[in-house]
Ligand binder design. Structure first.
Ligand code: ITT
Length: 198
């Protein structure tokens, strides 16, 4: 089976992708397994630009078909912040706890009806020959008043899903994959991969 490189440094994201893409006729490999140590400067201003930067940097280095994503949380009352800056929201190296605390402090006093938010994920699939394809997915929800749940990563404990009556961090990885922004983008990525690259 040919290899497909999952170009992420985030172990929780990787875990989600191993399940989401597990049925594809590619052997899923990680940067660590391929001995790759790349730092990609996410200098783009959009998720699309940053997803492309990551996927093409890893595809160049590895010479493998490569999938990367850039994802983020958009909070309506904050004009779409933190958006592409989601991972660096409370400064480079800040913990998930610090990022959530900062976001909750920015939303202090904002009532439930105005706490709507959306997780977005853009996947880029880059071929070592230079071709690149994009697809995306979204998940609507609201920012809760305090964290709840111990699964997932990032902002999951404060991302409330009204249709489930739970935060994203109260779902198992399988349940999260069924409704998440990444799950929806990965479904399209699977179709693209089967159509274009098999
Ligand atoms: P890679 O770039 O190496 O893949 P990363 O964690 O830095 O890892 P991003 O640049 O895409 O990934 O940053 C996205 C940030 O947005 C992530 O660190 C979380 O804080 C947040 N985020 C994205 N998807 C999320 C999800 O499914 N659940 C919770 N938070 C998420």
């Amino acid at each position: 089976m040919p290899k497909l490189l999952l170009a992420t440094t985030n172990p929780a994201k990787l875990r989600e992708y191993l399940l989401l893409l597990g049925d594809l006729p590619w052997r899923l490999v990680t940067p660590a397994e391929e001995g790759l140590k790349i730092v990609v400067d996410e200098t783009g201003t959009t998720l699309e630009e940053n997803a492309k930067l990551k996927a093409s940097a890893y595809a160049d280095q590895s010479q493998l078909l490569t999938l990367a994503d850039d994802s983020g949380l958009e909070v309506d009352v904050l004009g779409g912040e933190p958006g592409p800056l989601s991972s660096r929201y409370a400064g480079q190296g800040a913990s998930d706890k610090e990022k959530m605390a900062l976001l909750l402090s920015r939303l202090r006093g904002i009532p439930w009806e105005r706490r709507s938010a959306c997780f977005r994920c853009v996947i880029a699939i880059a071929s070592p020959r230079g071709g690149i394809e994009l697809c995306g997915g979204e998940c609507q929800g609201a920012i809760s008043f305090q964290p709840r749940g111990g699964q997932g990563f990032g902002y999951d404990p404060i991302f409330y899903l009204p249709q489930r009556g739970k935060t994203m961090a109260e779902l198992s990885v399988e349940e999260k994959n069924k409704l998440s922004h990444r799950g929806k983008a990965a479904e399209k990525a699977c179709q693209l991969l089967r159509e274009i690259y098999s």
